[in-house]
Design a protein around this ligand. Structure first.
Ligand code: KG4
Ligand code: ZN
Length: 344
């Protein structure tokens, strides 16, 4: 939760300045009140990790049902913490894709119902784009263009942003996302779900004893992680006694080399003065350290969201909504499970 401060007159005059943002695309039920596109007045995230942990990953139907149970209290808490009531809200926004269809439907339906009752616009927000806005919290006046690396549970991609509404995809995974690889490898190592933080904690105490493949390392700006995942699986099967910390260290080493060298190649091809890294895997201390080193080497700025806003949250939805409204976008009403960056 960000530091709430009272609404001041200065916050009030802009139309649609109080936004309720709702996020239910995967396994976090989240809501946030954002003022003026910058001030996060409340951010409530209810994680379903405990519900999914025993299955080793997100079970879509369980996620949808949990969102149904949790969303009303989460929204209520966000509104109370922000000190706003229905009539104070100028727009209601929700992630409409990409994500799990049932999970998306819960958030979109709820947001549309609130918008209807309060007679306010409904804004359907692209989840991938919203991740970007969490990083702009730290650097609201970032000079464009920038190269963005988005690393989440569902996506791994590189984009070049001319502006927040002109996003060009320049690289993408051809199979799994890096977050999925973290989650699957954590499962193989018996570390449970979610895998990213568990691997992060274990890897520093290990030493790589094997060099896992770096798929597509020198092949353009696209990524591939399924071969790396399978290589870990084969290594574990062939190496009884392998220490989980050593395997985690070798896996993280491979991921970092791929992610960082792709960023380096993207910046070489599309010279920019900043690299922005967003999505759940941006919470990784190893990635943060490696990216810091890369940007120092290239003499460019690194823009990262605060760790707590790297993973899914409602604040990024509320923050993104500001630009949508500024560009008159309040039109899309249906969830789009396969939504990609090409929408921009
Ligand atoms: O962005 P996100 O919260 O949800 C999606 O939009 O997918 O990303 C979730 C992914 C999961 O794969 C999770 O294991 C990974 O982000 N993740 C991490 C860390 N925290 C979450 N990966 C590495 N290090 C972390 N600290
Ligand atoms: Zn996400």
């Amino acid at each position: 939760m960000s530091d709430p401060s009272p609404i001041t007159a200065a916050d009030e005059p802009t139309p649609a300045s109080v936004v309720l943002g709702i996020e239910t695309s995967c396994d976090e039920t989240a809501a946030s009140v954002v003022i003026g596109g910058r001030l996060v007045r409340s951010s409530v995230v209810s994680s379903q990790v405990d519900l999914h942990a025993r299955y080793g990953g997100v079970v879509p139907e369980i996620a949808s049902r949990a969102h149904l149970d949790l969303l009303v209290p989460v929204v209520a808490e966000a509104m109370v913490e922000a000190g706003v009531e229905g009539p104070d809200v100028d727009a209601v926004a929700a992630t409409h894709g990409p994500g799990l269809i049932g999970a998306l439907l819960v958030g979109v339906s709820h947001a549309k119902a609130l918008a209807l009752v309060w007679d306010k616009p409904f804004v359907a927000v692209n989840h991938l784009e919203a991740h970007l806005y969490a990083s702009f919290l730290e650097e609201p006046d970032l000079d464009m263009p920038v190269v963005v690396l988005l690393v989440s549970g569902g996506h791994t991609l590189l984009a070049r942003l001319e502006s927040t509404t002109d996003i060009r995809l320049i690289g993408s995974t051809v199979d799994d996302s890096v977050g999925e690889a973290y989650d699957k490898v954590a499962r193989m190592l018996g570390l449970g779900y979610p895998g990213g933080p568990a691997i992060d904690r274990l890897a520093p105490s290990g030493t790589p004893q094997v060099r896992f493949p770096r798929p597509m390392l020198r092949q353009g700006l696209d990524f591939s992680f399924s071969g790396l995942k399978s290589a870990v699986e084969r290594y574990l099967a062939a190496t009884p006694g392998a220490q989980p910390a050593d395997v985690a260290a070798a896996f993280v080493e491979a991921c970092m080399e791929v992610l960082i060298s792709k960023c380096r190649a993207a910046i070489k091809e599309y010279p920019v003065s900043s690299l922005v890294i967003v999505g759940g895997v941006a919470a990784s201390p190893q990635l943060r350290a490696a990216a810091t080193e890369l940007c120092a080497d290239l003499g460019i700025e690194l823009c990262l969201p605060p760790v707590k806003w790297s993973t899914d949250n409602g604040a990024m939805i509320g923050l993104a909504t500001w630009d949508y409204l500024a560009n008159g976008i309040t039109n899309t009403l249906e969830p789009v499970p396969g939504l990609g960056m090409e929408a921009f």
